[in-house]
Design a protein around this ligand. Structure first.
Ligand SMILES: Cc1cc2nc3c(=O)[nH]c(=O)nc-3n(C[C@H](O)[C@H](O)[C@H](O)COP(=O)(O)O)c2cc1C
Length: 232
């Protein structure tokens, strides 16, 4: 039995999956669990498109073709505008994440943009996962729907851990949203939030040991009131 704490501590963005299929009933069970998430006034604005087998392969082929041809499009909304002008501390954290993944875990130095791109390209095959999902939400009201989508996404990732599976959220897919829209039926009143890869982790892959750091609670939490004393 996985505890919530175990699921939180063992969830990571998995970027190397085994091809072992995940039964459809299991994917449906995980989605039903994720749908228990809170949402503003219980509006449940999420939609999920699940691709496996030939459907996933066809999408991946088209995404890789579009990627290789440089047909990146402005996103439906911009996740990461002007990353080179991000304020601190986000800029340093982003750099630290990149160094941890590319230099330390994959052994690709900063100057080797060809090999870095080759790794990034694997997003478009869902890192080899047998299940590729596309998460969309209602365009109106967008901000609230995006908060709700985040809760759904986290719940899905934790539910996957409860089943011994791993996930990776993938905003990189929306760079090719016209391709996604050709493969799945997304109504005009929905925006594509991200992709999600789902499957069994390939623990033998060199990325299997890659973990990201977190800032301490004292860096982001402020406590007010004196009813409960500080732990010593
Ligand atoms: C909404 C969202 C989109 C993301 N998009 C990508 C992506 O396109 N490709 C990727 O490799 N990782 C992606 N990630 C994973 C983040 O890089 C990762 O969550 C972060 O570095 C923390 O690492 P961890 O998930 O292993 O704890 C995304 C995460 C989120 C929440």
């Amino acid at each position: 039995m996985t505890t919530v704490e175990d699921a939180l501590l063992t969830r990571r963005s998995c970027r190397a999956f085994l091809p072992t299929p995940v039964p459809r009933a299991e994917v449906e069970r995980l989605l039903a669990l994720a749908a228990r998430s809170a949402s503003n006034s219980n509006c449940q604005p999420w939609q999920v498109h699940v691709l496996t087998g030939a459907a996933k392969r066809a999408l991946a082929e088209d995404l890789l073709r579009a990627h290789d041809a440089g047909r990146r499009e402005a996103g439906e909304f911009d996740y990461q505008p002007c990353t080179d002008r991000w304020p601190e501390p986000f800029r340093s954290r982003r750099r630290g994440f990149g160094e941890g993944l590319y230099r330390d875990a994959l052994g690709i130095p900063a100057g080797d943009s060809a090999r870095r791109l080759e790794h990034h390209r694997r997003n478009y095959d869902f890192f080899g996962a047998p299940v590729g999902m596309i998460l969309t939400v209602s365009r109106k009201p967008l901000l609230g729907a995006l908060v709700d989508a985040g809760l759904f996404l986290q719940a899905l990732m934790l539910a996957a851990r409860g089943a011994g599976l791993h996930t990776c959220a993938q905003a990189s897919l929306i760079d090719f949203h016209p391709v996604l829209r050709r493969h799945v039926s997304v109504p005009d009143d929905q925006v594509i939030v991200c992709g999600v890869a789902l499957g069994l982790a390939d623990d033998g892959h060199r990325l299997g040991a890659h973990r990201t750091a977190r800032e301490p609670v004292s860096s982001f939490a402020s406590f007010y009131g004196s009813e409960v004393g500080a732990l010593t």
